[in-house]
Each structure stands twice: as C-alpha cells, then as structure tokens.
Write a protein that binds this ligand. Sequence first.
Ligand SMILES: [Fe+2]
Length: 318
Amino acid sequence: MFFHTKQLQYPVRVDKPDPVYARQLQELIGGQFGEMAVMTQYLFQGWNLRGATDDERLRRIKDMLLDTATEEIGHVEMLATCVGMLLDGASPEQQEEAAKGDPVVYGVLSGMNPHHLIVSGLGARPVDSAGNPFNAGYTIGSGNVVADLYANVNAEMQGRLQAARLYEMTSDTGVRDMLSFLIARDRMHQNQWLAAIEELGGPTEVMPVPVTFPLEKEVQEVSYAFIDFSKDPDGASRRGRWAHGRSIDGKGRFTYVEQPTARGEAPALAAAPPTLHNALMGGPVGREKPARGKSERGKSVIDRVTDAIAGDEEQPQG
Ligand SMILES: [Fe+2]
C-alpha cells in the first residue's frame, strides 16, 4: 500500500521558464539512469526479494529497498514539477514571434521538445532528453540480492554523474538548488548499497556472484588468470592489481598469462537445411533430416560436415 503526501520532498522552484532546459532535464526522469529507472528497479527488487521473513539480513535489505524506491517516486514527482515550471509560458506563438526577430533565439526555442507542446500540453513526460520513452528494460532485478546491490551502486553513480552535468548546464538558482538535493541523495544511495554489501560480509563473502556455484565445477586454471590478449610488447595491463596477488574474492590468487593459447578447434557448422535457403546456387545444402537407419550420434563433427556437404545422395527418398 502506498500513501501520497501533497508536499514535495524538497522545494522546487525555478528563476524563469526555460523550455530547452526542460527537455534536457527529462534525462533525469525517463533516461536510462533517471529517477524512473531507479524507482522501478528498487520497487521490483524489493517486491521480489524472497526469504526475507526467515533471514534478518534480507528483511533489512527488503525494507531499505522499498524505503528508497518510495523516495525515488518522490524524486520523479519533483523533477516532473520542475519540468512543468520550466515550460510555463512556452507556446507555439512564442516560437513564431521569436523567429521573426532573432534567428538565434528561434534556434534556441525550437530546441524544446515539441511533445512538451503537442502531446503533454506543457507537462513532463516519461521520456529521456532525446524523447525516447522510458524503457523498463533499463532496470535490473535478478533475484540475487548481491548482483542487484552492485547494480544499484552503478545506477546511482550514473544518475549522479548526469545530475552533476545537468547542474553545470544551467545557471538557474532554483533548478540548481533542487539538483543539489538530488545529488546529495545519490551520494547517500551509493553509500547505502555499499553498506549493505559490507553488512553481508563484503566482497570476500559475497563474491563471485553467484557465490553458490562451486569452484570445482569451473575450469579452475582460468578462474583467477588475467589473460593478456594484446600484441603490444609493453602490455601495461600486466602491471595491474588484477594480474598479481590475492584475488578480490579472497578465494584465489591472480596469475598473469602473457601468451593466450587457443584451446578449441576451428568452428565448422554444418550447412543449413535447404528449406532455409541459405545456400548459393550449386553449393552444399544440409539434409532435411538424418539419413534413415544411420544414427547421427557418435559421428565426429568432420563426419557430419562431410555428410552435410555430400548432402543430396543421402537424403531419404519420398
Ligand atoms: Fe533519486
């Protein structure tokens, strides 16, 4: 259940309308790392977090996820209000009037999102600064709380980066004040997701994700190997932390592989069945089905490719 409070979380005001900046600010609403993205991401992560009734660690995280998701709804509300204020007084006539005079002014005015006039009638939209509709595919909710927490840290980093850029792009003191609040919250949110990871034991406890898949089932030779795929004789990457010493998950030691070797064979795919029409005129085609009485199992890849090239003779009749 959700309640709505009429007051905004933080004051929103603008010095003066600015329809072009209204368009730019849309990035923080409906962009890939905007408030709608973190709101949706945290809501679904919180709703989907299983096992929280039996595990105090998860219970706290679930509660925190939903607290912060709800906070993010309020951030969307603040930004939508701000966009509406920035659009105050914008009109098609205003653009036309400006066009008669100063072409630069016209250029600036025509930089507004026409949907702010035509579609929303001076209102914010769930879109980014280029007008792309918000896409729920931007969000991450995996069911693995650690993978999700790391995703949340990144979401707050990207969001804060974009908010800081938008702060630099305006001199409007009202807008800057609102952004300075959101940027501060993004600082806290980066910290709180990392604090949650720390509370779960930090990288040595939670990594690698998923921590439940056993090392014994991996090709362990490469589990902690940094492989240098560069031909550069002075590969700087060899000097990195990732090439030497204890691994970050604390379960192994990094090694450095200077010369990667190809362990596999050259890939050879059988020709496609004729009904897919991949073949050139007169070229090989695959069989529609395996030849009657012959099992495809137990044949080598080469045998199967040779059979496929031979193609037609082996095709079943009728
Ligand atoms: Fe936010």
